[in-house]
Design a protein around this ligand. Sequence first.
Ligand code: ADP
Length: 403
Amino acid sequence: MKVLVLNAGSSSQKSCLYDLNGSLPIDPPDPVWEAQIDWTVQPGKAVLKVKANGTRLESTIESTDRATDTLQMLKTLSEGKTKVIQQTGDVDIVGHRIVHGGQHYRQSVRIDQTVKATIADLARFAPLHNPANLQGIEAIEQSLGGVPQVAVFDTAFHATLPPAASIYPIPYEWYEKGVQRYGFHGISHQYCANRAAQLLGRELIDLKLVTCHLGNGCSLAAVQDGQSIDTTMGFTPLEGLMMGSRSGSVDPGVVLYLMREGNYTINEIEQILNKKSGLLGISGISSDLRQVVSSQTERSARAIDTYIHRLRSGIGSMLANLGGLDAIVFTAGVGENSALIRSRTCEAFRWLGVEIDSEKNQSSPIDQDISARSSKARILVIHTQEDWAIAQECWKLSHSRSS
Ligand code: ADP
């Protein structure tokens, strides 16, 4: 079964193809084809990168619109040195990462006109992402005709949040109109929770986990009985932890003050909180943790200290509602690669019996347990595989329909 995955962001489009035979493999397989379009490099141009058959291609193309560029990317599936299928019609199913599923979608669904209309409607909550996701769906309709398409939502895993965790303490009518905590990075948190159970040789239903997705965007989830019961992102991916260039939670009074006293417009404040805050905002150096660490300035040290302070506080708040802990899971760019962040974060929980093995922590562990033998909870580093998680959803949905 050939499963194509599309992951459309606000300024890039990533895609990959999995070739699955027989049953689903236990360990994530490598895709047979990977491609990416980046629209940030130059106005009117797009950089297209493709990897397949041991070949890597990179070209700058004239960018007309996102849909046309996406079609050009898909042509490399069946043409040239990166050809992996005879014709695009050989693709059996296409899975899309959809950022916002609102209150409607608790799990993945086959895409039809109603689903498309709902995704379009939910663009009011995710104005940068849902329209890009829709364009991806439409590009597939144009190039692959009636191939089955599946929407996998980044909010769906958190649809199990109890009302106490999803309601904001603001007038209740707003909640009824959809202003609530949705949570994001759900595909990654769910994948990591499942993978953690696999690596620990335990049933997910029996585990209490805190999953830490620390990339450019950062969020935590508390996972109990296989379900998300709390998470740090909320109505938008701006809430919660301090991130690369996003502030995470700040006193809403700060925003009111800046608007009243600083004459900032809504757009300016949105830009500042999303693009000029976080590690970048405090350090003044970069949103990339590696550069912040290596710059060794006083402000960089403050940025890292604040990042860790907030991460520890976030984990503490997840633990408060879990009522126990079997494992802390670190994932995404920072979580998978920064031994410093992992060790300084876990230090705070030594009194709970959480102990890291410093040698294992330094050894570039991937899908490994880095806790000391005497630790009362495991500490896992898991390579998040959102594309593989989407492909698995497609596989499961198509098999549940045909059975
Ligand atoms: P995204 O959230 O966009 O998917 P990633 O998960 O790829 O991002 O994470 C990107 C971040 O990971 C970078 O900004 C960088 O701060 C961090 N990162 C990547 N490699 C390392 C490393 N070796 N050490 C520390 N941080 C790293």
